[in-house]
Design a protein around this ligand. Structure first.
Ligand SMILES: Cc1cc2nc3c(=O)[nH]c(=O)nc-3n(C[C@H](O)[C@H](O)[C@H](O)COP(=O)(O)OP(=O)(O)OC[C@H]3O[C@@H](n4cnc5c(N)ncnc54)[C@H](O)[C@@H]3O)c2cc1C
Length: 483
């Protein structure tokens, strides 16, 4: 293990008591880094400035998915009559109760997956408090720690867009929207990224009248066919999606409670949208302020996150960063993946590189949007001679049996080698289905390898095989089981 100290101990410092590694931020990345370092035999101090566990368990993945799951039966009941002879009903009786149940789940998981885990690693010492980097080391509560190496994992917070008047209205973030104990009659969602889409649909299914305003449409980085179809399905559920608009100013609605947002379409035509509440979901901003980064030479990238190289090294020797604070791949599994690499590299000599080529990316709408690898446009921009196949879910037996054929699968391949470059699934069970494509891309498989693989019948993931067959055959002419 390397033992070069990235900070000289202060005059009174005790090098012998210096931890091998200090991890700043006790969220998913911080825990992953601390645990990996402890597994490697290092002494670790984990410094947590906020609620233990950070974003995912407290205000992100867990609470949002708990509520998204809860409103599924509401939609299923409404859609049950697509089966002849079936009807069902479901309604929200007590939103406060549901939110309380979600809070209990959050508290249980925070205890089981974070607080209790700390006790299981002797090598990890937990310090509560906000940390700041100084020339001498890390300052926490007036004490200076002089670790040999540092991993910064301070996460991100909701970004605040520059919309005139926003300061003057009570706006919700994803965090406060998940805490609402009463449903508003109407909700305006500003932002069409994954948080805006997931939460917009969740509230709509709970009975709220939802409008989403999105400058570049829903999920602007997705394949255009996916984004367009999702917008259509949202419309079918009564969600009003305004794409290609600019938010000009926001204020209190005249003569009524709530807010009024002035937007302009692409031709500059103004319009006012009124809603009881407004949710701002315009991205996440890395937590870099107040950390003293400029004092110790840790630089920021164009995305305002901490600049790192593929070894997770910042611009200061001995200081690494991982997770949302780097401003890229803001998913919890990527936070954990990067943090493990950062810890290993800090302790063992920068041997491991970060590779996101086969990173899955899921939006938990219904249908789910799940993607891995390159879009056709990105692959073309990179110089590939691209071949792509789009398979509508109408030809996937599972979707037919479910009488729910919303969705499509788009595969992108390099026509020279037939290697799979990207897979894009819009399907009710897309999130679980994407992992097959993740493995295919990770291991450099071709679309023929996928087409030759045995898939179970009737599954959504079988759609991947059908789409792969689409590179050489007309899928409409196949018999069952893709035979
Ligand atoms: C609504 C929502 C839904 C999401 N859903 C999903 C999902 O379904 N799947 C998924 O993969 N990802 C999801 N994400 C993203 C995921 O939550 C984040 O990518 C992940 O939690 C980031 O982990 P992190 O450790 O980098 O940061 P965090 O979990 O934010 O942890 C950083 C910690 O550092 C602390 N800190 C900050 N400054 C200091 C300081 N100076 N000193 C000490 N501590 C400090 C913070 O208080 C915080 O506790 C979602 C996010 C949101 C907001």
């Amino acid at each position: 293990m390397h033992s070069v100290n990235c900070f000289e101990p202060s005059v009174n410092g005790h090098r012998d008591r210096s931890p091998d590694l200090a991890v700043i931020g006790a969220g998913s990345a911080g825990f992953a880094a601390a645990i990996r370092a402890a597994e490697l035999g290092a002494s670790v101090v984990l410094i947590g400035g906020g609620t233990l566990g950070g974003t995912c368990v407290n205000v992100g993945c867990i609470p949002s998915k708990a509520l998204i799951r809860a409103v599924e039966p509401l939609h299923q009941a409404q859609a049950a009559s697509r089966f002849a002879g079936i009807s069902a009903s479901a309604r929200v009786d007590d939103w406060r109760k549901l939110v309380g149940q979600k809070d209990d789940l959050v508290a249980d998981l925070r205890q089981a997956k974070y607080a209790d885990v700390l006790d299981q690693y002797e090598g990890i010492t937990y310090r509560q408090g906000a940390a700041r980097l100084t020339k001498d080391g890390i300052e926490v509560d007036g004490e200076i720690l002089t670790p040999r190496k540092i991993v910064i994992a301070t996460g991100a917070r909701p970004a605040v867009p520059a919309i005139a008047g926003l300061d003057g209205v009570p706006w919700l973030t994803s965090t406060t929207a998940l805490e609402l104990t009463e449903l508003p009659a109407s909700l305006l969602v500003i932002g069409g990224g994954f948080i805006g889409c997931e939460m917009g649909q969740m509230f709509a299914r709970a009975g709220v009248r939802v409008t989403i305003v999105a400058r570049s449409g829903l999920l602007s980085g997705a394949e255009p066919e996916v984004s367009e179809a999702l917008t259509r399905y949202f419309g079918d559920e009564g969600i009003d999606v305004r794409s290609g608009v600019r938010c000009m100013r926001i204020g209190a609605a005249s003569g009524a409670t709530g807010v009024a947002l002035e937007i302009q379409d692409e031709d500059g035509v103004p319009e006012i949208i009124n809603a009881e509440r407004v949710l701002v979901a315009t991205g996440r901003c890395p937590n870099t302020a107040g950390l003293g980064l400029e004092d110790v030479g840790v630089g920021l990238g164009a995305n305002k996150g901490i600049l790192i190289d593929d070894r997770m090294r910042t611009t200061r020797v001995g200081v690494y960063a991982a997770g949302d604070v780097t401003g890229r791949n803001m998913y919890v599994y990527m936070a954990a993946y990067g943090a493990k690499i950062a810890a290993e590299n800090a302790l063992n000599g920068d041997l491991r590189g970060y590779d996101d080529t086969a990173m899955p990316d899921v939006t938990f709408t219904d249908p789910q949007v799940a993607t891995v690898g390159l879009t056709a446009a990105r692959a073309e921009a990179l110089g590939f001679d691209v071949q792509s196949v789009i398979l509508p879910l109408e030809v996937v037996p599972r979707a037919l049996a479910a009488r729910d054929t919303r969705g499509l699968i788009k595969l992108v391949a390099d026509s020279a080698t037939r290697r799979l470059l990207g897979a894009h699934i819009l399907a009710p069970e897309g999130a679980d289905s994407i992992q097959t494509a993740v493995l295919a891309i990770k291991h450099g498989l071709t679309v023929d390898d996928l087409a030759d693989t045995i898939f179970p019948y009737l599954t959504t993931v079988e759609g991947l095989k059908l789409a792969a067959l689409g590179f050489s055959k007309d899928v409409a002419r196949l018999s069952c089981c893709a035979g």
